[in-house]
Design a protein around this ligand. Sequence first.
Ligand code: ATP
Ligand code: MG
Length: 425
Amino acid sequence: MVKFQSPTGMHDLFEEDIKQLHKIEKISKDIADFYGYKRIETPILEQTNLFEKGTGMLTDIVEKEMYSLRTKGGDHLTLRPEGTPGIVRAYIEHGMQSLPKPVKLWYMGPFFRHERPQAGRYREFYQFGFENFGVGEPVIDAEIIQIFYLILKELGVKNLIVEINSIGDSQCRPYYKKALTHYLKARQNQLCPNCRRRLLKNPLRVLDCKENKCQAVIKNAPQSLDYLCQECHNHLKSLLEFLDAQAIPYNLNPYLVRGLDYYTRTVFEFKQTGKDEEENQQTLAAGGRYDTLVKLLGGNDTPACGGAGGAERIINIIKRKTEKSPRSKNFEIFLAQVGEMAKKRSLELISEFFQAKVPVKFSLHKDSLTTQLKTAAKLNVKYVLILGQKEVLDGNIILREMKSGKQKNIPLKRVVKEVKKKIKK
Ligand code: ATP
Ligand code: MG
Protein backbone atom coordinates (compact mmCIF):
# COMPACT_ATOMS: atom_id res chain seq x y z
CA MET A 1 0.00 0.00 0.00
CA VAL A 2 1.17 3.52 -0.77
CA LYS A 3 1.70 5.57 2.37
CA PHE A 4 0.73 9.17 1.74
CA GLN A 5 2.49 11.98 3.57
CA SER A 6 2.18 15.74 3.53
CA PRO A 7 4.71 17.31 1.14
CA THR A 8 8.17 17.92 2.63
CA GLY A 9 8.27 21.11 4.68
CA MET A 10 4.48 21.45 4.68
CA HIS A 11 2.40 20.61 7.71
CA ASP A 12 -1.09 19.73 8.81
CA LEU A 13 -2.32 22.24 11.34
CA PHE A 14 -4.32 21.14 14.37
CA GLU A 15 -6.61 22.87 16.83
CA GLU A 16 -3.78 24.25 19.00
CA ASP A 17 -1.74 25.57 16.04
CA ILE A 18 -4.81 27.17 14.52
CA LYS A 19 -5.70 28.79 17.85
CA GLN A 20 -2.25 30.35 17.88
CA LEU A 21 -2.62 31.53 14.29
CA HIS A 22 -5.95 33.10 15.19
CA LYS A 23 -4.37 34.80 18.16
CA ILE A 24 -1.74 36.38 15.91
CA GLU A 25 -4.44 37.36 13.45
CA LYS A 26 -6.61 38.88 16.20
CA ILE A 27 -3.78 40.97 17.64
CA SER A 28 -2.74 42.08 14.13
CA LYS A 29 -6.32 43.06 13.40
CA ASP A 30 -6.68 45.04 16.62
CA ILE A 31 -3.49 46.92 15.87
CA ALA A 32 -4.49 47.39 12.21
CA ASP A 33 -7.83 48.88 13.28
CA PHE A 34 -6.09 51.17 15.74
CA TYR A 35 -3.58 52.44 13.16
CA GLY A 36 -6.09 52.51 10.30
CA TYR A 37 -4.75 49.64 8.15
CA LYS A 38 -7.38 47.88 6.01
CA ARG A 39 -7.38 44.13 5.38
CA ILE A 40 -6.49 42.86 1.92
CA GLU A 41 -6.09 39.30 0.64
CA THR A 42 -4.54 38.69 -2.76
CA PRO A 43 -4.56 35.36 -4.68
CA ILE A 44 -2.17 32.60 -3.60
CA LEU A 45 -1.00 32.42 -7.24
CA GLU A 46 0.37 35.38 -9.18
CA GLN A 47 2.07 35.74 -12.54
CA THR A 48 5.61 34.47 -12.23
CA ASN A 49 7.15 37.62 -13.67
CA LEU A 50 5.54 39.74 -10.93
CA PHE A 51 8.00 38.16 -8.49
CA GLU A 52 10.87 38.06 -10.97
CA LYS A 53 10.49 41.78 -11.43
CA GLY A 54 9.32 42.71 -7.94
CA THR A 55 11.26 40.47 -5.58
CA GLY A 56 14.23 40.48 -7.98
CA MET A 57 15.85 38.03 -10.40
CA LEU A 58 19.00 37.64 -8.32
CA THR A 59 17.39 36.92 -4.98
CA ASP A 60 17.38 33.50 -3.31
CA ILE A 61 13.61 33.53 -3.49
CA VAL A 62 13.41 33.88 -7.26
CA GLU A 63 16.53 31.89 -8.08
CA LYS A 64 15.87 28.89 -5.88
CA GLU A 65 12.71 29.02 -3.83
CA MET A 66 9.67 29.56 -6.05
CA TYR A 67 7.01 26.98 -6.81
CA SER A 68 6.20 27.86 -10.39
CA LEU A 69 3.85 26.14 -12.78
CA ARG A 70 2.44 26.43 -16.23
CA THR A 71 -1.34 26.19 -16.36
CA LYS A 72 -3.27 24.24 -18.99
CA GLY A 73 -4.07 27.60 -20.56
CA GLY A 74 -0.35 28.37 -20.85
CA ASP A 75 -0.04 30.98 -18.07
CA HIS A 76 3.12 31.04 -15.97
CA LEU A 77 2.04 31.29 -12.35
CA THR A 78 3.87 31.07 -9.01
CA LEU A 79 2.71 30.23 -5.48
CA ARG A 80 3.38 33.52 -3.69
CA PRO A 81 6.71 33.39 -1.83
CA GLU A 82 6.09 36.79 -0.19
CA GLY A 83 3.32 39.35 0.08
CA THR A 84 4.54 42.73 -1.10
CA PRO A 85 4.57 42.30 -4.92
CA GLY A 86 0.97 41.02 -4.91
CA ILE A 87 -0.18 43.91 -2.71
CA VAL A 88 1.58 46.43 -4.97
CA ARG A 89 -0.05 44.80 -8.00
CA ALA A 90 -3.48 45.10 -6.36
CA TYR A 91 -2.75 48.69 -5.24
CA ILE A 92 -2.07 49.70 -8.85
CA GLU A 93 -4.75 47.50 -10.43
CA HIS A 94 -7.56 48.81 -8.23
CA GLY A 95 -6.82 52.50 -8.60
CA MET A 96 -5.63 52.94 -5.01
CA GLN A 97 -3.02 55.38 -6.30
CA SER A 98 -5.70 58.07 -6.44
CA LEU A 99 -6.78 57.56 -2.80
CA PRO A 100 -5.68 60.03 -0.11
CA LYS A 101 -2.23 59.14 1.20
CA PRO A 102 -1.09 57.16 2.99
CA VAL A 103 -2.91 54.03 1.84
CA LYS A 104 -2.53 51.47 4.63
CA LEU A 105 -3.06 47.75 4.01
CA TRP A 106 -2.46 44.56 5.97
CA TYR A 107 -2.74 40.82 5.25
CA MET A 108 -2.25 37.38 6.72
CA GLY A 109 -2.08 34.02 4.96
CA PRO A 110 0.09 31.16 3.67
CA PHE A 111 3.27 31.63 1.64
CA PHE A 112 5.45 29.10 -0.14
CA ARG A 113 9.19 28.80 -0.58
CA HIS A 114 11.14 25.78 -1.73
CA GLU A 115 13.72 25.98 1.05
CA ARG A 116 15.64 23.34 2.95
CA PRO A 117 13.26 22.53 5.81
CA GLN A 118 14.58 22.96 9.36
CA ALA A 119 13.31 24.32 12.67
CA GLY A 120 11.46 27.57 11.93
CA ARG A 121 11.95 27.18 8.17
CA TYR A 122 9.19 25.52 6.22
CA ARG A 123 7.98 25.31 2.64
CA GLU A 124 4.52 26.49 3.54
CA PHE A 125 4.33 29.08 6.30
CA TYR A 126 2.11 31.92 7.45
CA GLN A 127 3.02 35.57 7.30
CA PHE A 128 1.19 38.67 8.50
CA GLY A 129 2.23 41.91 6.88
CA PHE A 130 1.62 45.65 6.87
CA GLU A 131 2.20 47.99 3.90
CA ASN A 132 2.02 51.78 3.87
CA PHE A 133 1.90 53.59 0.50
CA GLY A 134 2.42 57.22 -0.47
CA VAL A 135 4.55 58.82 2.23
CA GLY A 136 8.35 59.03 2.16
CA GLU A 137 8.84 60.48 5.62
CA PRO A 138 10.87 58.47 8.17
CA VAL A 139 8.02 58.66 10.68
CA ILE A 140 6.25 56.02 8.57
CA ASP A 141 9.25 53.69 8.88
CA ALA A 142 8.98 54.24 12.64
CA GLU A 143 5.24 53.50 12.55
CA ILE A 144 5.80 50.20 10.72
CA ILE A 145 8.56 49.18 13.13
CA GLN A 146 6.38 50.17 16.08
CA ILE A 147 3.50 48.04 14.75
CA PHE A 148 5.66 44.90 14.58
CA TYR A 149 7.17 45.69 17.96
CA LEU A 150 3.73 45.99 19.52
CA ILE A 151 2.38 42.83 17.90
CA LEU A 152 5.37 40.78 19.03
CA LYS A 153 5.22 42.26 22.51
CA GLU A 154 1.48 41.72 22.78
CA LEU A 155 2.05 38.08 21.79
CA GLY A 156 4.41 37.73 24.72
CA VAL A 157 7.75 37.61 22.87
CA LYS A 158 10.40 38.82 25.31
CA ASN A 159 13.86 40.34 24.75
CA LEU A 160 13.10 41.87 21.39
CA ILE A 161 15.63 43.77 19.39
CA VAL A 162 15.26 45.33 15.98
CA GLU A 163 18.29 45.46 13.73
CA ILE A 164 18.36 48.48 11.45
CA ASN A 165 20.38 49.56 8.47
CA SER A 166 20.08 51.95 5.57
CA ILE A 167 21.11 50.67 2.15
CA GLY A 168 20.81 54.10 0.53
CA ASP A 169 18.90 55.03 -2.62
CA SER A 170 19.54 55.32 -6.36
CA GLN A 171 21.69 58.40 -5.72
CA CYS A 172 24.18 56.96 -3.30
CA ARG A 173 23.93 53.21 -3.60
CA PRO A 174 25.90 53.02 -6.88
CA TYR A 175 28.94 54.46 -5.07
CA TYR A 176 28.58 51.95 -2.29
CA LYS A 177 28.10 49.10 -4.77
CA LYS A 178 31.28 50.12 -6.52
CA ALA A 179 33.29 50.14 -3.32
CA LEU A 180 31.81 46.83 -2.22
CA THR A 181 32.45 45.20 -5.60
CA HIS A 182 36.04 46.40 -5.51
CA TYR A 183 36.52 44.91 -2.05
CA LEU A 184 34.83 41.61 -2.88
CA LYS A 185 36.55 41.16 -6.22
CA ALA A 186 39.91 41.31 -4.52
CA ARG A 187 38.71 38.43 -2.31
CA GLN A 188 36.69 36.37 -4.82
CA ASN A 189 38.60 33.19 -4.06
CA GLN A 190 37.38 33.22 -0.50
CA LEU A 191 33.70 33.41 -1.53
CA CYS A 192 31.25 30.58 -2.25
CA PRO A 193 30.51 29.90 -5.95
CA ASN A 194 27.08 31.49 -5.64
CA CYS A 195 28.50 34.73 -4.31
CA ARG A 196 31.25 34.78 -6.93
CA ARG A 197 28.53 34.71 -9.54
CA ARG A 198 26.39 37.33 -7.81
CA LEU A 199 29.30 39.59 -7.14
CA LEU A 200 29.18 41.10 -10.61
CA LYS A 201 25.46 41.71 -10.92
CA ASN A 202 24.30 42.24 -7.36
CA PRO A 203 27.16 42.55 -4.84
CA LEU A 204 24.79 43.52 -1.99
CA ARG A 205 23.39 39.99 -2.08
CA VAL A 206 26.76 38.69 -0.93
CA LEU A 207 26.23 40.45 2.41
CA ASP A 208 23.13 38.30 2.94
CA CYS A 209 24.96 35.00 2.32
CA LYS A 210 24.79 32.59 5.24
CA GLU A 211 27.93 30.58 4.32
CA ASN A 212 30.64 30.83 6.97
CA LYS A 213 33.45 31.59 4.56
CA CYS A 214 31.49 34.45 3.00
CA GLN A 215 30.62 35.77 6.46
CA ALA A 216 34.33 35.95 7.23
CA VAL A 217 34.92 38.15 4.16
CA ILE A 218 31.88 40.32 4.89
CA LYS A 219 33.13 41.12 8.40
CA ASN A 220 35.53 43.75 7.08
CA ALA A 221 33.65 44.89 3.99
CA PRO A 222 32.83 48.56 3.37
CA GLN A 223 29.57 49.64 5.02
CA SER A 224 26.66 51.31 3.27
CA LEU A 225 26.33 53.72 6.19
CA ASP A 226 29.60 55.38 5.14
CA TYR A 227 28.30 56.02 1.63
CA LEU A 228 24.86 57.48 2.32
CA CYS A 229 23.94 60.73 0.58
CA GLN A 230 22.72 63.61 2.73
CA GLU A 231 19.02 62.78 2.26
CA CYS A 232 19.48 59.11 3.12
CA HIS A 233 21.65 60.03 6.07
CA ASN A 234 19.02 62.42 7.40
CA HIS A 235 16.29 59.85 6.86
CA LEU A 236 18.12 57.28 8.96
CA LYS A 237 19.04 59.79 11.65
CA SER A 238 15.46 60.88 11.97
CA LEU A 239 14.17 57.28 12.09
CA LEU A 240 16.61 56.45 14.88
CA GLU A 241 15.44 59.52 16.80
CA PHE A 242 11.86 58.31 16.50
CA LEU A 243 12.88 54.91 17.82
CA ASP A 244 14.82 56.49 20.69
CA ALA A 245 11.74 58.47 21.61
CA GLN A 246 9.67 55.27 21.82
CA ALA A 247 12.38 53.32 23.62
CA ILE A 248 12.30 50.50 21.08
CA PRO A 249 15.57 48.59 21.52
CA TYR A 250 17.52 48.64 18.27
CA ASN A 251 20.91 47.77 16.99
CA LEU A 252 22.48 49.44 13.97
CA ASN A 253 23.71 46.55 11.84
CA PRO A 254 25.78 47.90 8.93
CA TYR A 255 25.67 44.60 7.03
CA LEU A 256 21.93 44.03 7.09
CA VAL A 257 20.65 44.04 3.50
CA ARG A 258 17.73 41.56 3.48
CA GLY A 259 17.02 38.97 0.85
CA LEU A 260 14.82 41.05 -1.45
CA ASP A 261 15.89 43.47 -4.13
CA TYR A 262 13.39 46.26 -3.79
CA TYR A 263 14.45 47.95 -0.59
CA THR A 264 15.61 51.55 -0.45
CA ARG A 265 17.00 53.28 2.61
CA THR A 266 15.57 51.54 5.70
CA VAL A 267 15.77 47.79 6.25
CA PHE A 268 14.94 46.13 9.58
CA GLU A 269 14.72 42.70 11.21
CA PHE A 270 13.21 41.76 14.56
CA LYS A 271 15.04 39.12 16.57
CA GLN A 272 14.94 37.80 20.08
CA THR A 273 18.10 38.10 22.09
CA GLY A 274 18.77 35.08 24.27
CA LYS A 275 21.25 32.41 25.17
CA ASP A 276 20.32 29.91 22.51
CA GLU A 277 22.39 30.53 19.39
CA GLU A 278 19.87 28.88 17.04
CA GLU A 279 16.99 30.94 18.35
CA ASN A 280 19.07 34.06 18.26
CA GLN A 281 19.53 33.85 14.56
CA GLN A 282 15.90 33.49 13.67
CA THR A 283 14.28 36.60 12.32
CA LEU A 284 10.71 36.93 13.57
CA ALA A 285 9.59 39.86 11.43
CA ALA A 286 11.31 42.01 8.85
CA GLY A 287 10.80 44.70 6.28
CA GLY A 288 11.86 48.08 5.07
CA ARG A 289 11.22 50.98 2.74
CA TYR A 290 10.63 50.32 -0.96
CA ASP A 291 10.33 53.68 -2.70
CA THR A 292 10.88 52.37 -6.24
CA LEU A 293 8.79 49.19 -6.32
CA VAL A 294 5.41 50.69 -7.24
CA LYS A 295 6.93 52.40 -10.27
CA LEU A 296 8.91 49.29 -11.19
CA LEU A 297 5.66 47.31 -11.29
CA GLY A 298 3.94 49.83 -13.56
CA GLY A 299 2.52 52.42 -11.16
CA ASN A 300 3.34 56.03 -10.36
CA ASP A 301 6.38 57.07 -8.41
CA THR A 302 5.15 56.15 -4.92
CA PRO A 303 7.22 55.89 -1.77
CA ALA A 304 6.23 52.97 0.44
CA CYS A 305 7.27 51.06 3.53
CA GLY A 306 6.23 47.73 5.02
CA GLY A 307 7.14 44.49 6.69
CA ALA A 308 6.06 40.92 7.39
CA GLY A 309 6.20 38.58 10.37
CA GLY A 310 6.60 34.80 10.34
CA ALA A 311 3.76 33.20 12.32
CA GLU A 312 5.34 29.76 12.89
CA ARG A 313 8.56 31.17 14.30
CA ILE A 314 6.57 33.31 16.72
CA ILE A 315 4.31 30.39 17.63
CA ASN A 316 7.37 28.22 18.34
CA ILE A 317 8.43 30.78 20.91
CA ILE A 318 5.10 31.53 22.55
CA LYS A 319 3.91 27.90 22.52
CA ARG A 320 6.65 26.85 24.89
CA LYS A 321 5.40 29.38 27.37
CA THR A 322 1.67 28.83 27.04
CA GLU A 323 1.73 25.04 27.21
CA LYS A 324 0.18 25.13 30.66
CA SER A 325 -2.73 27.30 29.53
CA PRO A 326 -6.10 26.46 31.14
CA ARG A 327 -8.36 23.96 29.45
CA SER A 328 -11.31 25.24 27.48
CA LYS A 329 -14.35 26.37 29.44
CA ASN A 330 -16.56 23.63 30.86
CA PHE A 331 -19.92 22.98 29.33
CA GLU A 332 -22.83 23.20 31.73
CA ILE A 333 -25.44 21.17 29.88
CA PHE A 334 -25.47 17.63 28.53
CA LEU A 335 -28.29 16.38 26.36
CA ALA A 336 -28.96 12.64 26.69
CA GLN A 337 -31.42 10.82 24.48
CA VAL A 338 -32.99 7.36 24.53
CA GLY A 339 -34.68 5.76 21.52
CA GLU A 340 -35.00 6.60 17.83
CA MET A 341 -37.72 9.16 18.24
CA ALA A 342 -35.78 11.06 20.88
CA LYS A 343 -32.62 10.94 18.77
CA LYS A 344 -34.44 12.65 15.92
CA ARG A 345 -35.93 15.29 18.17
CA SER A 346 -32.50 15.84 19.77
CA LEU A 347 -30.95 16.86 16.47
CA GLU A 348 -33.56 19.55 16.14
CA LEU A 349 -33.09 20.62 19.74
CA ILE A 350 -29.33 20.91 19.27
CA SER A 351 -29.82 23.26 16.37
CA GLU A 352 -32.19 25.35 18.52
CA PHE A 353 -29.54 25.52 21.26
CA PHE A 354 -26.90 26.50 18.72
CA GLN A 355 -29.03 29.31 17.36
CA ALA A 356 -29.73 30.54 20.88
CA LYS A 357 -25.96 30.43 21.54
CA VAL A 358 -26.33 28.05 24.47
CA PRO A 359 -23.42 25.56 24.48
CA VAL A 360 -24.61 21.98 24.92
CA LYS A 361 -22.67 18.71 24.88
CA PHE A 362 -24.12 15.45 23.53
CA SER A 363 -23.21 11.96 22.30
CA LEU A 364 -25.76 11.26 19.57
CA HIS A 365 -24.07 7.98 18.62
CA LYS A 366 -24.68 6.52 22.09
CA ASP A 367 -27.91 4.70 22.97
CA SER A 368 -27.54 3.74 26.61
CA LEU A 369 -28.61 6.32 29.17
CA THR A 370 -26.08 5.03 31.71
CA THR A 371 -23.19 5.57 29.30
CA GLN A 372 -24.40 9.04 28.46
CA LEU A 373 -24.75 9.96 32.12
CA LYS A 374 -21.21 8.73 32.74
CA THR A 375 -19.94 10.98 29.96
CA ALA A 376 -21.90 13.88 31.42
CA ALA A 377 -20.34 13.25 34.83
CA LYS A 378 -16.87 13.18 33.30
CA LEU A 379 -17.52 16.51 31.63
CA ASN A 380 -18.55 17.83 35.03
CA VAL A 381 -21.72 19.48 33.68
CA LYS A 382 -24.23 21.08 36.02
CA TYR A 383 -27.38 19.80 34.29
CA VAL A 384 -28.40 16.89 32.12
CA LEU A 385 -31.40 17.04 29.84
CA ILE A 386 -32.97 13.61 29.31
CA LEU A 387 -35.19 12.94 26.36
CA GLY A 388 -36.96 9.57 25.92
CA GLN A 389 -39.84 8.39 23.76
CA LYS A 390 -42.40 9.15 26.47
CA GLU A 391 -41.12 12.69 26.89
CA VAL A 392 -41.22 13.35 23.14
CA LEU A 393 -44.80 12.13 22.99
CA ASP A 394 -45.79 14.28 25.99
CA GLY A 395 -43.90 17.27 24.62
CA ASN A 396 -41.61 17.38 27.67
CA ILE A 397 -37.97 16.91 28.61
CA ILE A 398 -36.39 16.03 31.96
CA LEU A 399 -33.95 18.46 33.50
CA ARG A 400 -31.74 16.88 36.12
CA GLU A 401 -29.41 18.78 38.39
CA MET A 402 -26.30 16.64 38.67
CA LYS A 403 -25.21 17.60 42.18
CA SER A 404 -28.51 17.07 43.97
CA GLY A 405 -29.99 14.53 41.60
CA LYS A 406 -33.21 16.57 41.62
CA GLN A 407 -35.15 16.48 38.41
CA LYS A 408 -38.22 18.04 36.86
CA ASN A 409 -40.14 18.10 33.60
CA ILE A 410 -39.96 21.12 31.32
CA PRO A 411 -42.13 21.63 28.21
CA LEU A 412 -39.92 20.94 25.17
CA LYS A 413 -41.02 24.21 23.62
CA ARG A 414 -39.61 26.20 26.50
CA VAL A 415 -36.47 24.21 27.25
CA VAL A 416 -33.98 26.45 25.43
CA LYS A 417 -35.29 29.54 27.22
CA GLU A 418 -35.37 27.82 30.62
CA VAL A 419 -31.85 26.46 30.29
CA LYS A 420 -30.55 29.81 29.14
CA LYS A 421 -31.97 31.38 32.30
CA LYS A 422 -30.44 28.69 34.49
CA ILE A 423 -26.88 28.96 33.18
CA LYS A 424 -26.96 32.73 33.43
CA LYS A 425 -27.38 32.50 37.20
P1 ATP B 1 15.47 34.34 6.49
O1 ATP B 1 16.64 35.27 6.44
O2 ATP B 1 15.27 33.71 7.85
O3 ATP B 1 15.46 33.35 5.37
P2 ATP B 1 13.82 36.06 4.99
O4 ATP B 1 14.61 37.31 4.93
O5 ATP B 1 13.85 35.13 3.83
O6 ATP B 1 14.17 35.26 6.30
P3 ATP B 1 11.33 37.49 4.77
O7 ATP B 1 11.20 37.29 3.34
O8 ATP B 1 11.70 38.82 5.28
O9 ATP B 1 12.31 36.38 5.37
O10 ATP B 1 9.97 37.02 5.49
C1 ATP B 1 9.48 37.65 6.68
C2 ATP B 1 9.41 36.66 7.81
O11 ATP B 1 8.76 35.46 7.41
C3 ATP B 1 10.75 36.20 8.31
O12 ATP B 1 11.29 37.12 9.22
C4 ATP B 1 10.41 34.88 8.97
O13 ATP B 1 9.91 35.09 10.28
C5 ATP B 1 9.31 34.35 8.10
N1 ATP B 1 9.83 33.35 7.13
C6 ATP B 1 10.53 33.56 6.00
N2 ATP B 1 10.80 32.41 5.38
C7 ATP B 1 10.25 31.42 6.14
C8 ATP B 1 10.17 30.01 6.04
N3 ATP B 1 10.70 29.36 5.02
N4 ATP B 1 9.53 29.33 7.01
C9 ATP B 1 8.97 29.97 8.06
N5 ATP B 1 9.00 31.30 8.21
C10 ATP B 1 9.63 32.03 7.28
MG1 MG C 1 14.86 33.36 3.38
